[in-house]
Design a protein around this ligand. Structure first.
Ligand code: PMP
Length: 411
């Protein structure tokens, strides 16, 4: 949420006042920026290794692609369909949610969106009035504060660093609560840190939300990427008393390697889902039917593909943590979920590199890209300078080569 130099002026003639203040205040997604810079350098022929993108390197499983191919040929999918999602997909999401989380909901509590991102935007738009505060544990995924601000809300970051495994405590949340607090944003497993809250921790946080009559938006997009057998679960299942004030965000992107298909969803109480659906009916209407048909095949199918990806991610996770910790000045806790490593690089800052002192993780990330041709995202993008985020959803060989380059750069 950065206020850029190009922030629009509030005075002048209508023609001089150009981009609105509300939208002009939105920063470009830092993660997509790093990714596109890395891809542009690659296109120039430079051997860049990208740890920037938050997407699995696997193709979408064949049976899902096949369902889409068939859907393309069926003219019923060439038309507008209900804005809030195909009834068959809503039912499949209801069934999947019961199967995977033990959470029983009805189709009227489901809204199918253009990815988890739209789910988050619309959920906040449906929940927030101007000035309502949302507590956002930091390091946070770069989109949350922007979505909250665009909806008129005020993001209130609460920082949990590596000394607490990047997990906020109830005491910290309570210290951040004011009479304007309406929602707690909760995500586990977390992007960018890979932190996973235990069932016990989730119950404690849920009890705090409940005791103050707050709402919670819980982002479960990485639900199937949990390692080391951590005992965890879904917030409204562990805290059933919260269900009427709980909004769950999920999608097919990470579980089925379907980032490009753009299918996500929100589950929530019917009034919120209806309001968010009305907004969607004017903003974007139905998600592409071909993608929705593919999503039906995905969520109705088994979890074999994600199990296979998880085995690869787990192997890469151990490798990247081990290799990063060999760099003097880098401290990388072992993440227990998602596919991100989030090392502290504070020990590398304040030193001179090629005659220039590097003081921030943002400068360090640029230096690494320029000198080692390795793309990483600086902690500034996640509300916590002094860290880097490395996605390990890339091939094993690239991973080893990329971190080896960093090791050589800082040796
Ligand atoms: N939530 C989190 C925590 C994410 O990391 C992402 C993707 N980076 C999303 C939601 C949204 O995913 P999509 O819009 O691709 O479904």
């Amino acid at each position: 949420m950065s206020k850029s130099a190009s922030q629009p002026q509030s005075t002048g003639t209508p023609r001089e006042r150009r981009v609105s203040r509300r939208v002009g205040a939105i920063a470009e997604s830092a993660t997509l920026k790093v990714d596109s810079k890395a891809k542009a350098l690659k296109a120039e022929g430079r051997p860049v290794i990208g740890f920037g993108a938050g997407e699995p390197d696997f193709p979408t499983p064949d049976y899902i692609v096949e369902a889409a191919v068939q859907a393309c040929r069926d003219p019923k999918n060439h038309r507008y369909t209900p804005a809030g999602g195909l009834p068959e997909l809503k039912q499949a999401i209801v069934d999947k949610t019961l199967r995977d989380s033990g959470y029983q909901v009805e189709p009227a509590q489901v809204l199918v969106t253009n990815g988890g991102k739209q789910a988050i935007y619309q959920a906040f738009a449906a929940m927030l009035d101007p000035g309502d505060e949302v507590i956002v544990p930091a390091p946070y995924w770069t989109t949350y504060p922007e979505a909250i601000a665009l909806a008129g809300g005020v993001p209130v970051p609460v920082l949990a660093d590596e000394t607490q495994d990047y997990k906020v405590t109830v005491d910290q949340l309570e210290a951040a609560r004011t009479e304007r607090t309406k929602v707690l944003l909760f995500v586990s497993p977390s992007n960018p840190t890979g932190a996973v809250y235990t069932s016990e921790e989730i119950r404690a946080i849920g009890a705090w939300v409940e005791s103050h009559d707050l709402w919670v938006l819980t982002d479960e997009i990485y639900e199937h990427l949990v390692y080391d057998g951590v005992d965890t679960g879904s917030m409204p299942v562990l805290c059933p008393e919260l269900a009427d004030n709980c909004v769950v965000v999920n999608g097919v992107a990470k579980t089925y390697a379907m980032t490009g298909w753009r299918v996500g969803w929100v589950i929530g109480p019917k009034d919120i889902i209806k309001a968010a659906g009305n907004l969607q009916s004017h903003a974007t209407s139905n998600v592409a039917n071909v993608s929705q048909r593919a999503a039906i095949a995905a969520v109705e199918g088994d979890l074999a593909a994600v199990e296979e990806m998880k085995t690869a991610f787990d192997r890469r996770r151990k490798k990247i943590v081990e290799m990063l910790n060999k760099i003097d000045g880098v401290l990388c806790p072992t993440p227990q979920g998602a596919f991100y490593a989030y090392p502290s690089v504070k020990g590398l800052l304040g030193r001179e590199y090629d005659g220039t002192v590097i003081d921030s993780s943002a400068e360090l990330a640029e230096y690494i890209l320029d000198k080692a041709e390795v793309a990483v995202v600086p902690g500034e993008a996640f509300g916590s300078p002094g860290y880097l985020r490395l996605s390990y959803a890339l091939g094993d060989d690239d991973l080893v080569e990329g971190v080896s380059r960093m090791q050589r750069l800082f040796s």
